[in-house]
Write a protein that binds this ligand. Sequence first.
Ligand SMILES: NC(=O)c1ccc[n+]([C@@H]2O[C@H](COP(=O)([O-])OP(=O)(O)OC[C@H]3O[C@@H](n4cnc5c(N)ncnc54)[C@H](O)[C@@H]3O)[C@@H](O)[C@H]2O)c1
Length: 295
Amino acid sequence: MRNISVIGSGTMGNGIAHVFAQNGFDVSLIDISEAALTKGLATIEKNIDRQVKKGILKELDKPFILKRITTYTRVNDGVKNADLVIEAATENKEVKKQIFQRLEEFAPESAILATNTSSISITEIASQSKRPEMIIGMHFMNPVPIMQLVEVIRGYNTSDETTGIIMSLCEKIEKVPVEVNDYPGFISNRILMPMINEAIYSLHEGVAGVREIDTVMKLGMAHPMGPLQLADFIGLDVCLSILKVLYEGFNLPKYAPCPLLVNMVNAGHLGVKSGSGFYIHNKENKDLVVSPSFV
Ligand SMILES: NC(=O)c1ccc[n+]([C@@H]2O[C@H](COP(=O)([O-])OP(=O)(O)OC[C@H]3O[C@@H](n4cnc5c(N)ncnc54)[C@H](O)[C@@H]3O)[C@@H](O)[C@H]2O)c1
């Protein structure tokens, strides 16, 4: 494997491109939006500077890493020499299905096709493909240059060979891969999202306040961040859509999204991205302030 194509230059895509380029791979970074590519490259540069400051990289490495990344606005051009394509575009089933249709046509037949989806079934994404045994989930965690885990998800038809190649590739980029099967939420979100949902139910039912719930989980369970603060970081809309996938996928009431979460999303209180969720988020205020709705 030499040439890695990454589709989507947003939060995850630029991080994935960064990590592969840092480990000596040639990367084609593809996004339909020129602005997203510019922003993605700027983020990579900023994150390399941070790694230099921390002594993880040398200043001298920076131009070499950046030189290994080429940007494209058309999937057709960006995947034609790919050994591996990692799709990290918007979390929308139709968008992903369309991208995979184009990959059928434009990626080399020998290329493994991976998706970084956090909740869509790998088996369903592969269902239209002529090479379902070469389609796999590579679920990187945010922020990609820092987080060690890659959840490697086997679709129903993913072959042992494809899985083996991807597991050892993850080790080459200094990540820790964990193999899981393709069921709703995989492992990470199947466990994380019900915990977040239960924290929201506890708030909704008046068992405790925002700060109290987060403090119990931080100091009592040694979580680096409480579940409500984490939900704000992930985005309450993202949490809701993953819970819906679990609820619909398993058809069990234990995954039913808390009505408070549904209300907050409908009201546009999405967490960090909208400036307020369970906490208020603004650049001036570094201290965590609980949102007025919960005081
Ligand atoms: N953000 C997270 O914490 C996180 C964590 C793990 C996995 N994921 C998954 O990673 C994927 C990307 O998430 P993100 O947070 O980086 O999203 P994002 O919104 O930050 O970026 C998505 C990018 O995809 C681009 N895009 C949309 N349609 C495209 C197309 N047809 N071709 C090329 N580019 C296209 C958009 O322009 C955008 O720049 C999603 O599947 C998400 O579920 C996200």
